[in-house]
Write a protein that binds this ligand. Structure first.
Ligand code: RP5
Length: 177
């Protein structure tokens, strides 16, 4: 016993950041966060509003590369400029998730995110939870390129999905054909 204090292992630095314009977006973006956690990808979550916290947005995007992030999942609703503005300030891939809105059901968010003018790309996913989950799977697939263990977990996720889809037939009324 040396008497030295042993500090607990530091948690791994997030490889993916899930950011959203408001806490009201969490219901959608949590599907990205939960899936990345389940796949064992170190992930962080935070609210950064493009129009309410523009200076925070710039600080976050400017420090993203140095903080070790490999992908940023950005979700927002309405005039959803968050993903595009983050992409304007960092070369780290930005995956945009349109959040469903009350009046236009998220078509406004989708158009805002997907219609980036040439030069600054945002990979845009489906409106709502499906888009959030797919953004997580896409980010994991990018990271899996040099992480065989993660690639295996992604494959296991797909295999489970395939098995579940095949099992659906068994739940149908017997075919008379
Ligand atoms: C956007 O405005 C957010 O991304 C959110 O989807 C929408 C509404 O925000 P709240 O008024 O619910 O905070 O910035």
């Amino acid at each position: 016993m040396t008497g030295h204090l042993v500090s607990p292992a530091a948690p791994p630095r997030p490889a993916v950041a899930v950011v959203m314009g408001s806490k009201s977006d969490w219901e959608t973006l949590q599907h990205a966060f939960d899936l990345l956690k389940a796949l064992g990808v170190p992930v962080s979550a935070q609210v950064i509003s493009a129009h309410r916290m523009p200076d925070d947005l710039f600080r976050f995007a400017e420090s993203a590369a140095a903080s070790g992030l490999r992908a940023i999942i950005a979700g927002a609703g309405g005039a959803a400029h968050l993903p595009g503005m983050i992409a304007a300030k960092t070369a780290i891939p930005v995956l945009g998730v349109p959040v469903a809105t009350q009046h236009l059901q998220g078509v406004d968010s989708l158009y805002s995110i997907v219609q980036m003018p040439k030069g600054i790309p945002v990979a845009t996913f489906a409106i709502g939870p499906a888009g959030a989950a797919n953004a997580a799977l896409f980010a994991a697939a990018m990271l899996a390129h040099d992480d065989p263990a993660l690639r295996a977990r992604l494959q296991a996720y797909r295999d489970e999905q395939t098995a579940a889809a095949r099992a659906m037939t068994a739940a149908l009324p017997a075919s008379s054909a």
